[in-house]
Write a protein that binds this ligand. Structure first.
Ligand code: TRP
Length: 335
């Protein structure tokens, strides 16, 4: 336990808005098992955030469990980190309300993600979409973390979280620890198989390989992967002229641990007709144990329930302490 206390704290939320794919896995997710050794990690499925965009209830319910199983199968050992579901810890919503009152309308209107999302969901620009960064600030500040792992798209959210925390601390003293963004090791930045100029994304399923996908579907997607239109037809690492080939090489390298040089030699004199299925097979083999483990876990609902219940219990304890402090500081009467 003493050992536990010394570790730096890290918090991150995962939106259950889509299925895990190899861009997530070969990118940041692969490093998470190392992170849980080094830090005291709180990871939650951000279901409260997800309803800022309309969801099919049954799909959301299924997806939360699938992601939980998927993350555990990828090596997030629930004995070594706190895994929970955001809506199971009411303190997130409760602190968000308080922080709403310490966040300015103007600063929220400048958030780029709000501008993007409201442009994309013009028929549903709801208040939750607007206050999303405040809920995220609450998610973070409740656990008094040292670090928040961030990708490029979430940097602005961590900045506003720090601004809100500093503002609150300015009035009431040191209530919140000011977290630092943690630039996580990203590993590979995997691009779409069908449009290799854009990042692999669940919104373009033809170019996206999901972790739980059947081997034959994975193979089909790789066989159809866009390579290039030059006549050279050789496997050579040249991201600016041959982005499709470079992406496939990157995937192959991440799946097998081989260097680009090794890969060029391996496929020297052979066309893409040999290379593409080889990448597909390497990915199928890398994913096989993860998929099998995730499928096994998904059948064991009692186990998954025990994981998220234990996680929520631990999270509620820690979050409750911070919320209690905040309530006292702002002048709420003790119940
Ligand atoms: N906004 C994050 C995303 O879309 C998810 C998230 C919610 C999060 N709360 C968080 C990330 C707290 C880090 C910390 O990816």
């Amino acid at each position: 336990m003493a050992e536990e206390l010394k570790k730096k704290v890290m918090v991150s939320g995962i939106q259950p808005s889509g299925d895990l794919h190899i861009g997530n896995y070969l990118g940041p997710l692969r490093h998470w098992p190392e992170m849980i050794e080094e830090f005291d990690c709180y990871f939650f499925l951000a279901d409260l955030h997800t309803i800022t965009v309309r969801q099919e209830p049954a799909v959301l319910r299924r997806r939360v469990l699938e992601l939980l199983a998927g993350y555990i199968a990828c090596g997030l050992d629930p004995e070594k980190c706190t895994l929970f579901i955001q809506s199971h810890v009411p303190a997130h919503s409760l602190l968000a309300w308080v922080l709403d009152c310490y966040t300015m309308f103007g600063e929220l209107s400048r958030m780029t993600q709000f501008k993007d999302k409201s442009a994309r969901n013009a028929d549903n620009i709801n208040a939750g979409l607007f206050t999303y960064p405040v809920l995220m600030a609450a998610d973070i500040l409740l656990y008094q973390p040292d670090f928040v792992p961030v990708g490029e798209d979430q940097k602005q959210h961590v900045e506003i979280c720090r601004d809100i925390a500093n503002r609150f601390n300015g009035v009431y003293g040191d209530v919140f620890k000011i977290p630092e963004p943690y630039i996580a090791k990203v590993g590979a930045r995997i691009m779409s198989l069908s449009t290799p100029e854009t990042k692999m994304s669940k919104s373009q399923p033809e170019g996206c390989v999901f972790l739980m996908e059947k081997p034959e579907d994975i193979m089909r997607k790789f066989k159809r992967a866009v390579t290039d239109s030059d006549r050279e037809h050789c496997v050579r690492y040249d991201p600016s002229n041959k982005p499709g080939v470079a992406n496939l090489m990157q995937i192959y390298a991440a799946a097998t641990g081989k260097s680009y040089e090794d890969i060029e030699k391996e496929f020297d004199g052979q066309g893409y007709g040999v290379f593409k299925p080889a990448v597909g097979e390497a990915v199928v083999e890398t994913l096989r144990p993860i998929r099998e483990e995730a499928e096994r876990l998904l059948k064991d609902k009692a186990y998954l329930q025990s994981v998220y219940r234990a996680g929520a219990e631990r999270a509620r304890r820690v979050a409750g302490r911070t919320l209690g402090k905040v309530y006292k500081k702002v002048g709420f009467t003790e119940p």
